[in-house]
Every structure is written in structure tokens, then in C-alpha cells.
Ligand binder design. Sequence first.
Ligand SMILES: Nc1nc2c(ncn2[C@@H]2O[C@H](COP(=O)(O)OP(=O)(O)OP(=O)(O)O)[C@@H](O)[C@H]2O)c(=O)[nH]1
Ligand SMILES: [Mg+2]
Length: 426
Amino acid sequence: MNEAICALATPPGGALGIIRISGENALEILSHIFTKDLTLARPNTIQYGHIKSHEEVIDECMVSVFRSPRSYTGEDCAEISCHGSRYILNKVLELLVRHGCRMAQPGEFTQRAFLNGKMDLSQAEAVADLIASNNRATHQVAMSQLRGRFSSELAQLRDQLLHLTTLLELELDFSDHEDLEFADRTELLQLAQLIDKRIRQLSESFQRGQALKNGIPVAIIGAPNVGKSTLLNVLLGEERAIVSDIQGTTRDTIEDTLEINGVTFRFIDTAGIRHTSDRIETLGIDRSLAAAQRARIILMVTEPGVPYPDIPFRDDQTLIRIENKTKTFQAKYGIGLDDLLARLEDAIPRTSDSDIIVTNARHYDALLRAHESIQRVIEGLNTSLSGDLVAEDLRQTLDILAEITGGTITSQETLNNIFSHFCVGK
Ligand SMILES: Nc1nc2c(ncn2[C@@H]2O[C@H](COP(=O)(O)OP(=O)(O)OP(=O)(O)O)[C@@H](O)[C@H]2O)c(=O)[nH]1
Ligand SMILES: [Mg+2]
């Protein structure tokens, strides 16, 4: 039996506060402090009544009643909408605990939903991502994962792996008959390579997933006085960084975010790069170079007559060159800004609805291990390794992929670890 748990599901300070309760005897416990007997209430109804402590009315509330198995957790559940007073909410929780409820751990409602088969683990994790999403891109990724797109992709991979296993077993069966040729391994190899390609595509999307989650870092780099800080201010629409005609005004990196068409960009204004004997300015320039290293996009700013700074960059970085203080681009007056925004957007490959983007480090780790494991399968097929050894690696690939959806996770400790990052009440 699952003991009843309760938690506040809304942040403090709102007009309303919602307390959630779930468990086998949840409705019975709630009925002890509510004016109606909720054990008799029809599922999916909203009940109006009072929460009472002895004869004292604590609040007038609306209680949504859900019954197992058709609820978020799969258990009997209720959501109590109270007035948002901290006193009221604490009092209601206290009353629930006094009548036999336990305060929920972070993510415990969602953990129960997972354990009761309402969703798989990657969907449960998407719930946390959805709550944390703060722009269209992260929202879209979390929503698609919650709705099971990643899960069905993994199910497809699983089917292909099972098919491969069947073909291999066929080979094993026939190998007992000396008069029969071994099954053709080319087909097996092609299938394994196809699976590996998809696994790699998924794991490669992680970098983009991270960028979307944390914001795309854009370093503004250039010689002193070319207008880097002015550009930052114009982009952000506020006087974020100090601007002056003195060379070396900016000494430390200054960072702020801007959402462009649903994607968050993280702009990093830096100290102008030049040779200097000033110790503090030198430290600042080191930071500029470090920011350029970490950036996904480097905005190289210059002005007529000044060369672009010669800094190292990588293939996976996008360079956007801007000649400032000209007729076509003037950071100070925002001229040419639309063009710059368009180039920033172009620098990141667009996500279409059909793209699956991996944002979770646990999933990424599993995909990397699955890749290693399927690589061993490919190697085994290439080197005519015996079928049962190849089958062993295949089974391992299946197990690793199943970790993502939670099928092969049996340790409570691992689960607690995953759900401990959730908010209480979710
Ligand atoms: N005419 C004109 N002046 C500009 C433009 N952008 C910046 N300036 C001026 O150029 C000077 C330097 O601007 P900043 O934005 O402080 O330059 P910076 O690149 O951040 O300089 P450091 O922080 O010293 O590296 C200021 O006087 C700005 O007003 C522009 O587009 N046109
Ligand atoms: Mg500056």
C-alpha cells in the first residue's frame, strides 16, 4: 500500500495555493478535515467545502478529486485550492499530517506516476524540464519529450535491436547444421550500423540541447573602443555596460540574456583586446579570450581602419564580423541591427518539430554507452565473432537504452537521485 503524501504545489505569494495529496487513503484522510465525505465523491469532480480544525474554519476551498487509476499518480488524489495565505497553507498541511499523511519528498508524486506506469522515466523527467522551461525552445523540447516522442523513438530502436537479435539467433540455430551456410552477416551489419547512426544523432543533439537550456553563448570581441559595450546595450535595450571614449573602458566580462524568436542568447561583452602593460587590463583580456573560447558564436566587432583581432577559434563556432561606426552598421544608433539579429538566428540550426533533442545528462550518458556497446556489436560482426558473444553485446545495448525510459532501473537509490532534483509538490 502507498501511504498518503501531501505537499504544497504552488510557490508562496500567490492569491491561491494548491496542496496536493495522493495515496491509497488520501481521500479518507482529507475527509477528516473537510466538510464533505470525499470518499463518496465522484472522480474528476470539484467539491466545495471548508477545511476545519476541530470546529474552527481554516479556509473555504475547492477540492478536485481524482480516483485511481485515472489520476496523475495513478493513486487516489486530491488538489486543494486554498487562499494563498502562508498561515492557511501551513495549517492545512499540518492537519493532513496530523491525520496520517506524510510530507512528500521532491518529485515524489511524479515518481509514483512513474512507478504506477502512468509515464516512463524520460517523460517523468520532462515534467521537471517543462516546469523549468523559460522560452519557446526549451518548452517545445520538454513538451515533446513529455508527450512521448523520445520514448517512441527509443521504442523504435528497441524493435530494431530485437529484430537484429532474432536474425542473429537464426544464425545460431542454423550453425548446428553443418551442411548449411552461415546466415549472411552483411544484412546484420547494415542494420547495426543504422541503429548506431540513430544513437549517434541523438547523442549529438545533446550539445544543442544544452545550448537551448542554458542560452547560446555569444562573445562580443574586438579591439578597445570599437563599440562592443554600445552594441551590448543596444541589443539589450538598456544601459547595461559602461560606454566611454576611453580605450579599455570594459575590464571584466559583462553578461546578459536576450530572447530572439524563442531562443535565449547569452551575450558576453568583453574587454577590448590589445597589447598592454596594465596588469588589471591584462587579466580582463585573458577573460575576453576565455569567453571567446567558450562561446558558440563570436561577434567580431571593429571600426574602419582597425583590424579584427586575431584570436583562435574552432570549427564548431560561428564568426560574425561587424564593421561598426559605418553607414551600414552603427551600434550606437541601432543601424543594421535587424540584419545582425537575422544572422544570429541563422547561426543556430533551426529545430523542426520532428527533431528530437536530448537535454538530459543522464540520457546523454546512456546514449554514449549504448553507442560503445553497439560499436562492439559491429566490430563482432565484422570480425566474425561467434554469434552468442555478439548477442551478449546486443542485449547490453538494449539494457542501456532501457535505462532512459526506466525499464531497467530497479534501484530505489537511483530513482531517488533522479527525482531529488524535482520541486516538492511535483
Ligand atoms: N559614431 C559612433 N560612435 C560609436 C558607435 N558605437 C560606439 N561608439 C562610440 O565609441 C566609443 C566607445 O564605445 P564603447 O561601446 O565603450 O566601446 P568598447 O568596444 O566597449 O570599448 P572598450 O570597453 O574600451 O573595449 C564611445 O564613445 C561610443 O559612444 C557607433 O556606432 N557610431
Ligand atoms: Mg566596452
